[in-house]
Structures are given as structure tokens and as C-alpha cells.
Ligand binder design. Structure first.
Ligand code: ADP
Ligand code: MG
Length: 312
């Protein structure tokens, strides 16, 4: 978890456990003069290395025999360990494409995706993608869905059962372990998907507009829960949304992409205390700042769409 001031929780909320070991040059709170004076400590060799780095990433899709569509164009971006990054941009700017790349589901045309400094060459259990459609299994119970990823990883049964309970408690669904997905509301399904993703204990959670289909009240509750869980687990989150208020509510930093091809247009550091509320004037002000910048891109996307319509 980043120790930046925007992560400072008021005393009512317990501080997140620090997964950031940062122990290489500190021993019992004191600077280490000489490493040899002390017993060997678990040195985190990745200190200072971004959790996720995109290095001049470009991706183009083949559209027909001759044509290609450049979806992403030379995107460079670094995401710190424990950071909550939101990516916003108009529809079709390449947000999902970007997450798929980081998840290792799509290869880039050029550039590199790095996790802890190492190139991503395919999917891995250190990253997990949650999307709007969720992909929950209707033939499994809630507990069965949460257990599924762990089974795939050959986690022993007793440990799986313990973790199912733990992660269902984390999303407040302990009582629904034996229910089936069709018996749950949209918000509860989202929480099952979150518990299932967290149960595989990924370093990075990739979330693609996960709350877009929910009503405003349910979404507000899930924002609170996601913020709490993020603080408790210390995960790194890359969260895609087209909703600037959602981004201002959740993010440490917001990255705004341009309309086709997707490029980083601007970044906004959100230095607001947590937990945050959607209605807080500072959140609203932040959202407005992002929206002013986004509007230009939305207008461009509409112009292209109207031109396409006319050409038909
Ligand atoms: P967003 O998530 O920001 O709405 P996407 O990443 O889904 O955008 O898509 C970016 C662009 O790439 C869009 O113009 C979309 O039509 C195009 N695209 C996405 N996937 C494919 C694909 N598999 N083949 C061809 N074009 C695609
Ligand atoms: Mg998308």
C-alpha cells in the first residue's frame, strides 16, 4: 500500500496492513548502517520498480483484408504497488483493450507490458480481470464460485474452505455461501465476482466498468466496499470507467485517454482524504475538472460516429 497522504484513513477506519515490505534498508524502524550487522532480512528486490509498467504500447486490430484500426498508440504508464488507478476515456478509445493487454489476453503490436519489471507474455494468476458480465457460474453456489480459482490452482481443500469463508466475510456475503447466482441481486453478484477474484490473491485487480450496469445506490455501496477491501488487502487496482465521478470517488490517480487512437491525454492526481463520498464537493470538483478534459474527446468520438452514419 502506498504511504501517500491521500491514503491516510481517519481513525475510525483501521489502517491497511502494509504489504509493502520496504525492509531492505530499515531494521526495527531504524536506518541500517551496514547490512552485515543484522540478520538477513527478507529483501524486497522490487522496491522502486512499478507494479505495472507500459512502455510505448501500441496495438492495432485487423479490420478487413487491407485495413487496420490503431486502438492504442504509444502508451507509456507506470502504476505503483498498492495504487488505485482509474482509466477514463470515451467509448471506443481502447480502455478494455488496455486491460486485456495487461491481463495478457491480447498481445500488443509493439512496446512492452511489464509486471514487477518482467515482461508479460500471457495470462497469470498475479493479475485478474473483472468485467461487467462477470462470468460467474450459474451451476455453482456462491461458495463454489469463490472456490473455483483456488481449485484450479490446486489449493488444498481445508485452505480453500477457510479462504472462501474469509473472502465472503470481506464482501459481506457469508450468509449466502450456499445460494445460487440467480438468487442474488446485481450488487451481490458483483460482490461474489470480487470475492472470487480476491480469493486467488492477485497482485493486480483489473476492473473493466464493473459497476456500470448497477443502480446508483448499489454502486455507492460497492464503492465503499471496494475502497475498504483495497485498503485491507493492499492490492494494486486498475479500474476502467467512463464515469468521471466514479473515478474521482475511487482513484489515487486518473488517467484520461484520447479518442481513437487511445493515447494518454492527461493525468490527474486525486489528493483527497479517504474514505470519500461521491457527493463531497471536492470529489465533484475533481470530477468536473476531468470531465472538462474528457468532453473534447467525447465530442470527437461523436463527430466520427455521425460521419460514419452519413457515409452509409
Ligand atoms: P473501450 O473499452 O474504450 O470502449 P475498446 O478497447 O473495446 O474500447 O475498443 C477500442 C477500439 O478497438 C474500438 O474502436 C473497437 O471497435 C476496436 N476493437 C476492439 N476489439 C476489437 C477486435 N477484436 N477487432 C477489431 N477491432 C476491435
Ligand atoms: Mg470497454
Amino acid at each position: 500500500m502506498s504511504a501517500s497522504p491521500q491514503n491516510a484513513y481517519p481513525s475510525a477506519v483501521p489502517p491497511p496492513p502494509r504489504r509493502f515490505s520496504g525492509r531492505a534498508n530499515v531494521f526495527q524502524g531504524k536506518p541500517v548502517a551496514s547490512v552485515s550487522e543484522f540478520p538477513a532480512v527478507d529483501v524486497d528486490v522490487n522496491i522502486g520498480v512499478p507494479k505495472v509498467a507500459l512502455d510505448e504500447i501500441s496495438l492495432s486490430y485487423k479490420t478487413n483484408k487491407h485495413g487496420r484500426l490503431v486502438a492504442l498508440d504509444k502508451i507509456s504508464l507506470e502504476v505503483k504497488k498498492g495504487e488505485f488507478l482509474c482509466v477514463v476515456g470515451p467509448s471506443g478509445c481502447g480502455k478494455s483493450t488496455l486491460l486485456h493487454l495487461i491481463a495478457g489476453l491480447n498481445p500488443q503490436t509493439s512496446g512492452n507490458v511489464l509486471m514487477d519489471g518482467k515482461p508479460v507474455t500471457g495470462p497469470g494468476t498475479d493479475r485478474i480481470l473483472i468485467f461487467q458480465e462477470l462470468g460467474l457460474f450459474p451451476w455453482l453456489t456462491v461458495g463454489g464460485n469463490v472456490e473455483f480459482g483456488m481449485k484450479m490452482k490446486n489449493v488444498p481443500k481445508a485452505e480453500r474452505e477457510e479462504k472462501v469463508q474469509h473472502f465472503l466475510r470481506l464482501v459481506h456475503l457469508s450468509k449466502f455461501s450456499n445460494s445460487y447466482i440467480h438468487q442474488l441481486s446485481g450488487g451481490m453478484r458483483q460482490r461474489v465476482a470480487l470475492a472470487r477474484a480476491l480469493a486467488t490473491e492477485p497482485d493486480v485487480l483489473l476492473m473493466d466498468e464493473p459497476f456500470a450496469a448497477l443502480d446508483a445506490q448499489t454502486r455507492d455501496l460497492l464503492h465503499d466496499e471496494l475502497e475498504r477491501i483495497w485498503a485491507e488487502t493492499g492490492s494494486t487496482i486498475i479500474f476502467v470507467t467512463h464515469n468521471v465521478r466514479e473515478a474521482a470517488r475511487l482513484a489515487d490517480r486518473v488517467v484520461l485517454l484520447t479518442f481513437r487512437p487511445g493515447r494518454v491525454k492527461q493525468e490527474f492526481q486525486v489528493n483527497l482524504p479517504r474514505p470519500r463520498h461521491m457527493e463531497h464537493p471536492d470529489v465533484t470538483r475533481m470530477a468536473r475538472t476531468v470531465l472538462d478534459c474528457l468532453r473534447e474527446e467525447i465530442n470527437k468520438s461523436l463527430e466520427v460516429e455521425y460521419a460514419d452514419e452519413k457515409a452509409r
